[in-house]
Design a protein around this ligand. Sequence first.
Ligand code: ATP
Length: 299
Amino acid sequence: MIQVKNLVTTYGDFTAVDDVSFTAEAGRVTGFLGPNGAGKSTTMRVMTGLTPATRGTATVLGTPYAALQNPGRHVGVLLDASAQHAGRTGREVLTLGAMTLGINNRRVDQMLEVVGLTQQEAKRRVRNYSLGMRQRLGLANALLGDPKVLILDEPANGLDPAGIRWMRDLLDTFAGEGGTVLLSSHLLHEIEKIADDIVVIGRGRIVAQGTKEELLRPSGSLVRSIDDSKLQAALVAEGIEANPVPGGGLSVDAETPRVGSIAFAAGVMLTELRGADSQGLEDMFLTLTSDDARQETAA
Ligand SMILES: Nc1ncnc2c1ncn2[C@@H]1O[C@H](COP(=O)(O)OP(=O)(O)OP(=O)(O)O)[C@@H](O)[C@H]1O
């Protein structure tokens, strides 16, 4: 389990992470989603002891990362797949990793197989790896010490759709065996495919968190009737928000049975009543992204 509590990280007078709290549970894959510059990497760097917290705490398996003995045996970390030594072969990277962790060299071959790098590819220098291959190697490195927790910054970056599916299966298996996975991405559709739980961050603050089903669940209804104004008045009188939508009808902040019964009581005949589309998270994320894009353009 990973626990972040009221975490604040500042760079000079700039607050990159602003009172962030969330938990990544064991047995689940938690997606950490946010636009570029939202504070994901900074949070992960604090979790792994690379950047100090200004305030608040981040613990992994109940302990600050820096206090773990031989942390690679407990926590697998992949923060920047491009930062691996370009002059070493894939096999050398893993062999050195195994030596540092004090584990049997046999694990190198096992991990190469797990991440789908061939013996031939393992002999190539990392500078000649594609980004997707570097991600696979980084993941093999993170898995070397047979950890209980994985912290992965943008691990799907550079993977093709088949690679993303492969990663989802691998992380699902890891979590299925009781492991904790936290992975970041700036792409909603990537996170949607891989994660069970989602934490959304924007400009250093958590803006939403919950299970994927909760966050993507359609909420509200779309209703059309022979008298939308009368229906709107009846809904508003019950304290329910109802707004006209282009093309006719109302978008209503209530589930369909409640809308149906209010329409019935008000004597308004309905011509259409259905659940709204699951646009909520996507809309929120697009707003976050466009706000940040505007800021960057203005800067
Ligand atoms: N060492 C640093 N000094 C000053 N500002 C920094 C430093 N590192 C990060 N920042 C700033 O903190 C903010 C958060 O950056 P961070 O890298 O955590 O975002 P991110 O969500 O991981 O973004 P991306 O998806 O682009 O990787 C950004 O505005 C960034 O410019």
